[in-house]
Design a binder for this molecule. Sequence first.
Ligand SMILES: NC(=O)c1ccc[n+]([C@@H]2O[C@H](COP(=O)([O-])OP(=O)(O)OC[C@H]3O[C@@H](n4cnc5c(N)ncnc54)[C@H](OP(=O)(O)O)[C@@H]3O)[C@@H](O)[C@H]2O)c1
Length: 267
Amino acid sequence: MTETVTLGFVGSGDITHAIVTGIFAQARERYEVWLSPRNAHISKELADRYPGVHVARDNQHVVDQAEIVFLAVRPQIASEVLGTLSFNPDQYAVSLIAGYGTEKVRDSLRKAPGRIVRALPLPMVAQAASQTVLYPKEARVRDIFDSIGGSLGVASEDQFDTMLALSASMGLFFATAHAQSSWACRRGVDYEVARSYLMSLCKGLASAALLGDIPLDALSQQYSTGGGINEQVVSLMTHAGLFENIDAAYDSIEQRLVATREPNRRL
Ligand SMILES: NC(=O)c1ccc[n+]([C@@H]2O[C@H](COP(=O)([O-])OP(=O)(O)OC[C@H]3O[C@@H](n4cnc5c(N)ncnc54)[C@H](OP(=O)(O)O)[C@@H]3O)[C@@H](O)[C@H]2O)c1
């Protein structure tokens, strides 16, 4: 019989909602979940929906019930919340808090657990449709994320922060797609038609890339006929400095993350 693993979540917000939904959609019999009472609406909704989900009395009650505890509060209140939590050496803390490095988490907790893992889930874990970056890639935490879209390990905390900077691509993705759809719309195409076409194009391209490990620059060439319209767009964007600006933007985000991850530094 499969062992039941007890998970806790301190902070029941959007990302907790996504992880718990993913877990119970994919592997419900394996997990029992304790949620902090805040946010009251989300914790009640999840507890009403899934029999294995319970709402704890307070944050320390979450920690006392769980083997693996997810720290899922916003960075602005993290030090205040973490400072009230006492773990025992057998437990795991999985920090989702941006700008909180392993040492900062350890330093902020009243009593630290034996293992601290940083994780970078995306909202699409709710549909088991995105991979989660982990540092370090501890087997027990890896198993959880492998059941809701997969996991990727990195070799250092610097690399984790590089991936965290890379995750700041979601707003840019939709903003770019909006600019493209709006351009078509100004030419008279219905916005919904352009939006739907572009999203299915992006989904198809991502699926094609995920099928193999062809480098993305090679795929760009493969999908750009010489002298054709795809090549022309890449060339125009290159001359407009798009790719240099991408480097500069992500450099700046990474520097911000590395600068704030140590104890006593704020994001
Ligand atoms: N959303 C993402 O895609 C994502 C992805 C990866 C990592 N993260 C990280 O995960 C953390 C949470 O993000 P989120 O998007 O889930 O934020 P969120 O939706 O604002 O959730 C945070 C939750 O913390 C609760 N909270 C406030 N004070 C608390 C306290 N003293 N004790 C316990 N809970 C308290 C809030 O409850 P109230 O509503 O009652 O104030 C809120 O429900 C952040 O550090 C973020 O950087 C988020």
